[in-house]
Design a protein around this ligand. Structure first.
Ligand code: 7RM
Length: 671
């Protein structure tokens, strides 16, 4: 799709904005037939983007456009060329040098904003800290010197395995200050997963904590780290934050307390001038094989795109907004939209350590009210969980500070979109459904909230500067209809490779459609030029020769008033190729029964067509999810096809899938 593919629906001139403050009218609009939402008039009036000039600039000269975005950063040396492109290898802002921690912290302090709050941090037990940009600068410099003292130098790798405490941000920025690459490993991963990632990256130092708070209990980290480190010869030093007072074993000469080293460290550390293409970080992501891929991100292009997208997609007004990205820093969303984008833009953010149901199911909404959160960015899986818990939870709090909502990580079904808009956004806040990946580094496809008319469930259009196209099996561009989502031009925050495996990079991302980056996602373009993400292509089912998206069937199920959440897979079937198997969690107070199951199957058939009617429907209390909240359809397929369960170690709760297997064996199926 071209950059101007959205002209008909993006222009203010062609759309009548919804009346300002007219909540009743907005609620009616929420349930109107066409279900399209122009940005509210009062939002448009103050928005960073409310016309097509960014689109026009990018369409006129995309490299000049990206150079202008890069100019929003402070460079030690300006680049010689914006892009050097030897497909599939890109280099951005070649010859330029800069320091990421300087851009994220120092320059705001130097501009007189040292007292501005960078983070309102809240621990799960209710303890809290406010960290200003000035304090962040002090801690980052000290910790940078601590790392140097442990022998870390420019070009080394540092592994970070931590809970959501301010020190995790400090550790990441300290690495960037001295030119070391970090590899953050999500705190929910096991000792074995940590070991493999440390060894693949050949990390010199590990930064961790004794434990982090989860549902009222310390969830251990240091004991896992000790198990991992028994097989990690590259690690010579470990720094431990005492978060929970669990008194872990400390190995003499290897392990050091944060609270001993940091206060004693030299408070001044000059930022290293790094090349634009120097490695900024590695982030491991699982692919189709057992070995996780170390996705490589570099410095100048990455920071340019995350700052640009954070400013325009979230319509950031740094002096007024309180921004909260509720992801974990162990995922790419945390890297780009908790740490680098917001800090590069001088934002004030909320950082929360714990679970949404501790001490009660209104914890998030109490945080929104207390800090006056204006922008909330979270995942559909969280929204569906809140739907399941009921509207009485958000209704306990005043959420009127919110003015913009974001979604990321999975397709958001229209039902969840509407619930989010109505019960969290008060029918007042635009929603940005942002599509991107660990590999893309930053947001690629999303509404611009002051410009784009949204449709619930559609991520709408590629951002200015991004060339996304849907292609068919043969790589031909699809104008209207379904196919594969590809990116046809390089972008600044694209991955630069898979650490230690350049062949795998070319093979995984650039071989399926020559000349195009293939994201692994199915997508369709509707008649109005709107993009609908249909999930990973291995989630597209083929029933009697018809392509049926798992997402569409899930959406239809969740659209039923009794359903809280649904996951759908295609299981091998002798007659139809694949058969549709649905796993359904009912809302609180709803009872599973054969009649209810039949009712839901009929509902899907009415919504999409008889071809999409699930053959089997299994009621479950929970769905198997990864720790980042993505439904593990692979395991549900194993269950559906009666296979021995595959690897469940990346699941948040492995017991869930065993229970589902028991119920599936007993579920009735249509002949
Ligand atoms: C940011 C992140 C990437 C995969 C991606 C998609 C899915 C993410 C959306 C989405 C539909 C969205 N990185 N995905 N965002 N699908 N609409 N707005 O999640 O590397 O962990 O996952 O997530 O399948 O390929 S990730």
């Amino acid at each position: 799709m071209s950059d101007d593919g959205s002209k008909a629906t993006d222009g203010r001139a062609t759309d009548a904005p919804a009346g300002s403050g007219a909540v009743t009218a907005s609620i009616e609009a929420l349930f109107s037939e066409d279900r399209t939402f122009p940005p509210p008039e009062d939002f448009v009036a103050r928005a960073n983007v409310n016309d097509r000039s960014l689109h026009d600039e990018a369409a006129a000269d995309v490299l000049a456009f990206w150079a202008r975005q890069a100019d929003a950063l402070d460079w030690v040396r300006r680049w010689d060329s914006v892009l050097e492109w030897n497909l599939p290898f890109a280099q951005w802002f070649v010859g330029g040098s800069l320091n990421v921690s300087y851009n994220c912290v120092d320059r705001h302090v130097l501009a007189g904003r040292g007292d501005k709050v960078a983070f309102y941090w809240e621990g799960e037990p209710g303890d809290a800290r406010t960290i200003t940009y000035g304090e962040l600068l002090d801690e980052v410099q000290r910790f940078a010197n601590v790392l140097k003292g442990l022998g870390v130098t420019r070009g080394d790798r540092v592994c970070i395995y931590m809970p959501m405490v301010p020190e995790v941000v400090v550790a990441m920025l300290a690495c960037t200050r001295i030119g070391a690459a970090h590899s953050v490993v999500f705190g929910g991963f096991s000792a074995g997963a940590l070991r493999d990632r440390i060894n693949d990256a050949d990390a010199k130092v590990l930064v961790t904590a004794d434990a982090g708070w989860r549902r009222g209990k310390p969830s251990p980290l240091k004991p896992n780290a000790d198990v991992a480190l028994a097989d990690c010869p590259s690690v010579s030093g470990v720094v431990v934050v005492d978060r929970c007072g669990t008194d872990p074993d400390m190995v003499e000469g290897r392990d050091w307390w944060w609270h001993d080293l940091v206060p004693a460290a030299d408070p001044a550390c000059e930022p290293e001038a790094m090349g634009s293409e120097d490695l900024l970080y590695l982030l491991y992501t699982s692919g189709t094989t057992a070995k996780p891929k170390g996705i490589m991100h570099t410095t100048g292009g990455y920071l340019t795109q995350v700052a640009y997208t954070h400013k325009f997609v979230f319509d950031l007004h740094p002096d007024d907004d309180v921004y909260w990205c509720a992801a974990d820093v162990g995922w790419v969303t945390g890297h780009s939209y908790i740490v680098y984008g917001p800090l590069a833009n001088g934002a004030t953010s909320v950082l929360y350590e714990g679970t949404p149901d501790h001490p009660a199911r209104d914890r998030w909404w109490s945080i929104v009210q207390r800090y006056g959160v204006t922008i909330l960015y979270c995942a559909p899986t969280a929204i569906r969980t809140f739907m399941k818990w009921g509207t009485q939870e958000p209704e306990k709090h005043d959420l009127s500070s919110l003015r913009l909502l974001g979604s990321v990580g999975e397709p958001i079904n229209p039902e969840a979109w509407m619930w989010y808009a109505l019960h969290i956004g008060g029918a007042r806040c635009p929603i940005v459904d942002t599509w991107w990946q660990t590999e893309t580094g930053g947001i690629m496809i999303s509404p611009l909230p002051g410009l784009t008319t949204t449709k619930p469930g559609s991520a709408t259009h590629p951002l200015p500067g991004i060339s996304a196209e849907v292609v068919d099996d043969d790589g031909n561009v699809v104008e209207v209809g379904g196919g594969y989502l590809t990116i046809s031009q390089p972008w600044p925050s694209m991955l630069r490779g898979i650490y230690g495996d350049p062949d795998r990079y070319a093979e995984t991302y650039w071989s399926r459609f020559p000349g195009r980056y293939f994201a692994g996602d199915g997508a369709k373009l509707d008649e109005d030029g709107y993009l609908w993400l249909l999930g990973r292509v291995d989630d597209v089912m083929n029933v009697s020769g018809h392509r049926v998206s798992t997402t569409e069937v899930e959406s239809a199920l969740v659209d039923h008033p009794t359903v809280a959440e649904a996951a759908v897979v295609g299981a091998n079937d002798e007659t139809t190729g694949q058969a549709i198997i649905a796993y359904v969690t009912l809302k609180g107070g709803q009872e599973p029964s054969d009649e209810r199951g039949e009712d839901l199957r009929r509902h899907v058939a009415t919504r999409i067509g008889p071809i999409a009617r699930p053959k089997t429907l299994v009621f479950t209390d929970d769905l198997p999810k990864t720790r980042s909240g993505k439904i593990m359809r692979r395991l549900l397929r194993d269950v559906a096809e009666g296979r021995v369960l595959g690897d469940t170690t990346t699941l948040a709760d492995p017991a869930v899938v065993e229970e589902i297997a028991r119920r599936a064996a007993a579920a009735p199926a249509e002949g």
